[in-house]
Design a binder for this molecule. Structure first.
Ligand code: NIG
Ligand code: FE
Length: 415
């Protein structure tokens, strides 16, 4: 096998070389190279330049030449920075009840809601969960998603959360997609816990956190801050402790009522996700902070709620990443590109903002510095779309899918 691979000519390569981390973005900020080539060495990008330039420079004996005979657009591999794809069972009944006008409470009282998925996930074997995650991750890969964050949060006891995170760890070894695990033991107070919210959180801190470290199961802690889950007062000491143990923090914030985003800022979280209920006060606070706002249009579509105020957050100077929130309850679709496109039409986001939201800004949302842009030294994770302009990707609202997906320097999917 040759040491290098050279791919091209690529009609437009969107490198995001000098990413703007915050505020609005236009096409000019994307660093677009026309008639480009991409030189790969091992699992990384060696050089990005024009195809003719690279062709002149390479040693043909050391380089496999992959010539494209039609128009192609190259973008970084997509990153879905917020999902719950480790679960068992279906919540189709919740969905039908919700659409027929039943309230959150009515659904929960008749056996639906997050607790329903907890029950079904607890009765699954670890291996079954692993198989489910691999299947979903492999499907995402075909849509160009080369990195996926996966939360626990349907175990809700030390042992059951460990089962979920071990299942995710094992799945990570069996799929080409990189899985980034997150512990969401603070999803809701489990019905069978003998004690109050703070007693539960204390048990998680004392008994689960040390094992997360020793088994290297995750370095990320998430919490659902909401009246029906954990209040700001409950969660602050929990996240503070996690921070002191050097975990990265992320928060399900302001989904139905404001409050979580302030906790995210106070605990120096990497991201605050949801924000559908954020008011101008929260928007301004987030924009001033280093916390990245994660819009989850899939939850708005699944619940029939308003979208994250992404335009306002960007205009105030904040950063917006976009994720699918794929979960069996509020966001059962799990189609990142389609959802980003829909968010764009409702929130009036530029295609540049959408692309950054699922690449460079999504990498920042996971605190990953080795991906999300196409520059020398980064992982060779990228998608080729058979079209002549990158606007086409968003125009087709998710129906134009990659013709080739490359992960760590290898072609892993082709259609
Ligand atoms: O991100 N908001 C809380 N948790 C999930 C929903 C999980 C579920 O309904 O199973 C969310 O939307
Ligand atoms: Fe979520």
């Amino acid at each position: 096998m040759k040491e290098y691979k050279l791919i091209g000519p690529i009609t437009q390569l969107i490198s995001l070389e000098k990413p703007k981390h915050k505020g609005p973005i236009k096409d000019e900020d994307l660093s677009i190279i026309n008639e480009a080539g991409i030189l790969i060495k091992g699992n990384k990008i060696d050089t990005i330049s024009t195809f003719s330039d690279l062709k002149n420079k390479i040693n043909p004996l050391q380089t496999e030449l992959i010539e494209l005979s039609s128009n192609h657009i190259c973008v970084p591999g997509f990153i879905d920075c917020h999902t719950h794809i480790c679960f068992s069972g279906s919540r189709a009944r919740d969905y039908a009840m919700r659409n027929s006008g039943k309230s959150y409470l009515e659904i929960a009282e008749t056996g639906g809601g997050i607790w329903n998925t907890v029950t079904q996930t607890r009765s699954a074997k670890q291996e079954e969960l692993t198989i489910g995650v691999i299947k979903r991750a492999n499907n995402l890969l075909k849509n160009g998603i080369t990195t996926v964050e996966v939360k626990s949060g349907y175990g809700l006891s030390v042992e059951e959360e460990l089962k979920m995170l071990r299942a995710i760890q094992n799945a990570n070894h069996a799929t080409e997609t990189d899985l980034i695990p997150t512990c969401l033991a603070a999803h809701i107070l489990p019905k069978d816990f003998n004690g109050n919210h703070s007693a539960y959180l204390e048990e998680i801190c004392n008994s689960l956190f040390p094992i997360l470290k020793s088994e290297k199961l995750t370095n990320r802690i998430d919490a659902f801050v909401e009246q029906s889950a954990f209040t700001a007062a409950d969660i602050y000491p929990y996240l503070k402790k996690a921070k002191d143990m050097n975990f990265d923090i992320t928060v399900h914030a302001d989904q139905f009522t404001p409050g979580g985003s302030e906790i995210a800022i106070k605990t120096d979280a990497i991201t605050a996700d949801h924000l559908e209920a954020s008011t101008q006060k929260e928007i301004d606070m987030l924009a001033k902070s280093n916390v990245i706002s994660v819009a989850l249009p899939g939850a708005s579509i699944g619940l029939g709620c308003n979208f994250t105020p992404a335009r306002k957050i960007l205009n105030a100077g904040g950063a917006i990443a976009i994720a699918s929130d794929w979960n069996p309850g509020s966001a059962p679709m799990g189609d990142l590109l389609m959802q980003a496109c829909v968010l764009g039409t409702f929130e009036k986001l530029s295609n540049a903002e959408l692309l950054a939201g699922i690449t460079s800004r999504a990498a920042a949302a996971l605190n990953l510095r080795d991906r999300g842009r196409l520059v020398s030294g980064m992982l060779a994770d990228f998608n080729l779309f058979q079209t002549d302009h990158f606007n086409e990707i968003f125009y087709h609202q998710g129906k134009l899918t990659p013709s080739q997906v490359w992960k760590k320097g290898d072609l892993v999917y082709q259609q």
